[in-house]
Design a protein around this ligand. Structure first.
Ligand SMILES: [Zn+2]
Length: 354
C-alpha cells in the first residue's frame, strides 16, 4: 500500500518473500501464513504438490483445506492445477540429502514410508532434536502422532527422555501413538504402567483405547484385557489379544469362561489367521502353543454348542475351516498385500522441461 511500509516475510507455501495473510480454519489451530496467490489456491484447493507438501508438513495433512477430499497423498489436487509438474512433491532422493526435509515428508504423508526409517535410524540424535523442535512448534495431532511413530520405529531408547516427558504431559488424544512410542522407547514396566494408568483414568472409554496394548506383545496386556473386557465387544479386543501373543491355553480358558471373554477369544483366533486390518498385517500375530488340528476343531465345535448364537456359530465355523492355517501359522491377507514399503508413486519429474 502506498505510503505504508510492511516487512515482507516468507510464504509458507511458495517460500516467496511477500506480504502475508493469515488463513484460518474452524479447528482453533494456528493459521496458515501465505501470500495472496497461495491463499487463493489454498482456499480453492488447487495448490501445487510442493506447496501442499509444505503446508501439510507444518499444519497437518488432514486439516480441512488440505485433506483427502481435495488431494491425494502426494498433494495432487483432484482439480486441474497450473504448473503442477513444475512444483512436485519431494522425492526419496531429496530426503536422503536432507534430514529436516525427510522429517517434513514423514509429517506430510498419510503413512510413514518404511524407506525413510533407515535415514532416521542412521542419525538418531539429530532426528530426535528435529522431532522435539518441530512438535513443539506444530501442534496438529497428525504431526505429533507421526513424530511418535518415528521415535518408535527408528529411535527406540534414544528417545526415552523425550517420550517420558510426552507421556507425562497433557496428551490424552495421542494415547495410541504414544503407547507405540512408549513400548519401543521406555523400559517395559514403565511403558505398561503408562497405558494401565490411561485405561484406568475416570471416565475412560476402555473399549476405544484397548487397542493401544497391541504394541506391547506382552502377556500383561492379555491380563489387562481379561480385567477390562465388557460388552459390547468390538473386534479390537480380539485383535489386541492376538497382537499381544495369545496362547491356546488362554484362548480355551476364555471360551470356557463365557461372554464377553469367549467372544474376545474367537475374535483373537480369527485375527491370528486373517489379517484384515493394516495393523494386523503389520504386527502379523500367531496363535502361540497351538493344539493339534483335531483338538482345535473339537473345542470350537463345543463352543458352538455351548453358545449357539449366530456370531459364535459363524466365527467358529470359519475357524474350523481355517484350523490347519491357524495351527501351522499361515495367515490370509484379505486386504491384499501387506502395507507397502514402496515410496508413494511420484509425479513425473520436471527434467524434460529443463
Ligand atoms: Zn505463496
Amino acid at each position: 500500500m502506498l505510503g505504508q511500509s510492511y516487512v515482507p516475510e516468507t510464504c509458507e507455501a511458495c517460500h516467496a518473500m511477500a506480504e502475508l495473510r493469515e488463513v484460518e480454519e474452524a479447528d482453533g489451530l494456528p493459521p496458515y501464513r501465505v501470500c495472496a496467490a497461495c491463499a487463493a489456491r489454498l482456499t480453492e484447493h488447487v495448490l501445487r504438490p510442493l506447496e501442499w507438501f509444505r503446508l501439510a508438513a507444518l499444519h497437518g495433512w488432514s486439516r480441512y483445506h488440505l485433506h483427502d477430499d481435495f488431494y491425494d497423498e502426494l498433494g495432487r489436487s483432484i482439480d486441474p492445477v497450473d504448473d503442477a509438474e513444475l512444483h512436485p512433491f519431494p522425492a526419496l532422493a531429496d530426503c536422503a540429502a536432507s534430514l529436516p526435509l525427510a522429517v517434513d515428508v514423514a509429517y506430510a504423508l498419510w503413512h510413514l514410508p518404511r524407506a525413510l526409517v533407515p535415514l532416521f535410524a542412521a542419525q538418531p540424535a539429530a532426528t530426535l532434536e528435529l522431532l522435539e523442535q518441530t512438535t513443539a512448534q506444530r501442534p496438529h495431532p497428525d504431526i505429533r502422532a507421526s513424530a511418535d511413530e518415528i521415535a518408535a520405529v527408528a529411535l527406540g531408547p534414544v528417545a526415552e527422555e523425550w517420550i517420558r516427558r510426552e507421556c507425562a504431559g497433557d496428551n490424552d488424544a495421542l494415547l495410541f501413538p504414544l503407547a507405540q512410542a512408549a513400548a519401543a522407547c521406555l523400559p517395559r514396566d514403565e511403558a505398561l504402567a503408562y497405558v494401565r494408568q490411561a485405561l484406568a483414568a475416570p471416565g475412560t472409554n476402555v473399549a476405544e483405547r484397548i487397542g493401544c496394548l497391541a504394541w506391547f506383545h506382552d502377556e500383561a496386556a492379555l491380563d489387562l484385557i481379561e480385567q477390562h473386557a465388557c460388552a459390547p465387544i468390538s473386534e479390537t479386543w480380539g485383535r489386541t489379544a492376538a497382537a499381544s501373543g495369545i496362547t491356546w491355553d488362554r484362548a480355551r480358558r476364555w471360551m470356557e469362561a463365557g461372554r464377553p471373554l469367549s467372544t474376545v477369544a474367537l475374535d483373537a483366533l480369527h485375527a491370528c489367521v486373517r489379517y484384515d486390518s493394516p495393523l494386523l498385517a503389520e504386527l502379523a500375530p500367531r496363535l502361540l502353543d497351538p493344539p493339534d488340528v483335531a483338538t482345535l476343531r473339537a473345542v470350537l465345535t463345543e463352543q458352538m454348542d455351548r453358545d449357539p448364537v449366530p456370531r459364535v456359530k459363524k466365527l467358529a465355523a470359519r475357524l474350523i475351516e481355517d484350523a490347519e492355517a491357524l495351527v501351522v501359522g499361515v495367515p490370509d491377507f484379505p486386504l491384499g498385500e501387506r502395507r507397502s514399503d514402496e515410496w508413494p508413486q511420484a509425479e513425473t519429474p520436471r527434467d524434460e522441461t529443463e
